[in-house]
Design a protein around this ligand. Structure first.
Ligand SMILES: Cc1ncc(COP(=O)(O)O)c(C=O)c1O
Length: 371
């Protein structure tokens, strides 16, 4: 049996290759998901509908679209509800990315981007982030865009998975203008934007209403299992993506949309509590790194990821090093190389884990950095 030709370069997520073999008793600092409870307002809303559990319009529940529109300062017709933000990315790529074209994406970057481009028959082309803190470097991105005349889409991710790096308004505006001038679809993946440490990363919507922002309740609102996300942008970009999403999944689960609505309506408290949870965990991690390893670290621009420099001896084979950490030290980290060559010298540590897990995890890791 042979799967479809266009999937020939598609491999299972390298993150799963590490996490699937997690031994018993290991501390999970690998997966990127909140470990705090689903806020009560969301839990209650899951059960709000008596009677039939009906389909809702393909484009999403009107009440939820209104709430998302208000959150992003957009009009109702600029909002498409999707199955996670990944459903939005998949649908946009299928709708706008032609086979044989290229999609520009960050390196290091979220593992799904190259896979989504390949599923659309396109080639992933990477742009580097700034060498100091992995922030958006407009010069570099525009240089790659100019060298890629058949590019059909560009994806940004501020703050970034896996690095936590953000970008500034001027850089964002320059990239937006360059994409608009070339008629290239610019997607800004802002799924971590509300998990910041005092300064919120700029949104694409601060500089233009021409591109598309994708986000979801998975990170800031602490509800990845609801699978509710959205695309916000020019209705002309959204229209064919809505058709793709409709045929792919019909729509997002109705109870999940009600729960997402309740979470977004309570954004002031839900997001503030999530930031407090992340801040607490960051402080536990930073203290442990200082005490165990003598490392003084600054918080990321956003996310719950610490992109941890690897000891130089691990650079040749970071996967082997992280497998050793997993199986001997019993701590799961993701090698930065899983996110692209630009991540070779780092590992992603998810500090969404509990403070106790973070303290114990760093204690177990320390000997491997000292030797
Ligand atoms: C950068 C980034 N974008 C998108 C997603 C997809 O998230 P979801 O489909 O849950 O919204 C993730 C999930 O980890 C992510 O890290």
């Amino acid at each position: 049996m042979k799967p479809a030709e266009r999937l020939s370069q598609l491999k299972p997520s390298p993150i799963r290759a590490i996490t699937d073999g997690t031994p018993p008793g290991a501390i999970p600092l690998g997966l990127g998901e909140p470990t705090w409870d689903l806020p009560e307002v969301g839990r209650k809303a899951l059960l709000r509908d008596p009677g039939p559990c009906a389909y809702v319009p393909h484009v999403g529940l009107t009440e939820l679209r209104k709430a998302v529109a208000a959150f992003h300062n957009a009009h109702l017709d600029e909002v498409l509800i999707t199955t996670g933000s990944q459903g939005a990315l998949f649908s946009l790529f299928q709708a706008w990315v032609n086979p044989g074209t290229q999609v520009l994406m960050p390196d290091p970057g979220f593992v799904a981007y190259p896979a989504l481009a390949r599923m659309a028959g396109a080639e992933p082309v990477t742009y580097r982030l700034s060498p100091d803190r992995f922030r958006l470097d407009a010069d570099e991105l525009i240089r790659v865009l100019e060298a890629t005349p058949d590019a059909s889409a560009v994806i940004l991710n501020l703050p970034s998975n896996p690095t936590g790096g953000g970008g500034d308004l001027t850089a964002l505006k320059r990239v937006a203008d360059a994409c608009t001038a070339r008629g290239v679809l610019l997607i800004s993946d802002e799924v971590y934007r509300d998990l910041h440490f005092g300064v919120r990363a700029p949104s694409l919507r601060d500089v233009t209403d021409r591109g598309v922002v994708t986000s979801s309740v998975s990170k800031g609102w602490g509800a990845p299992g609801l699978r509710v996300g959205w695309a916000v942008g020019d209705p002309a970009w959204l229209a064919p993506a809505r058709v793709v999403h409709g045929y792919a999944v019909t729509g997002t689960a109705t109870p999940a949309q009600w729960a997402a609505l309740a979470l977004i309506e309570h954004s002031d408290t839900v997001l503030a509590e999530a930031r407090a949870a992340v801040q607490l965990r960051w402080e536990a991690l930073a203290a442990a790194l200082r005490e165990e390893l003598g490392q003084v670290v600054a918080p990321p621009d956003g996310t719950f990821y610490h992109f941890m420099p690897l000891p130089p001896s691990a650079h040749a084979d970071p996967l082997a090093f992280c497998l050793k950490l997993r199986d001997e030290a019993k701590v799961v980290l993701i090698p930065g190389l899983a996110f692209g060559e630009g991540g070779r010298g780092h590992a992603r540590l998810s500090f969404a884990a509990t403070p106790e897990q973070l303290r114990e995890g760093v204690r177990r890791l320390a000997p491997y950095w000292k030797n």
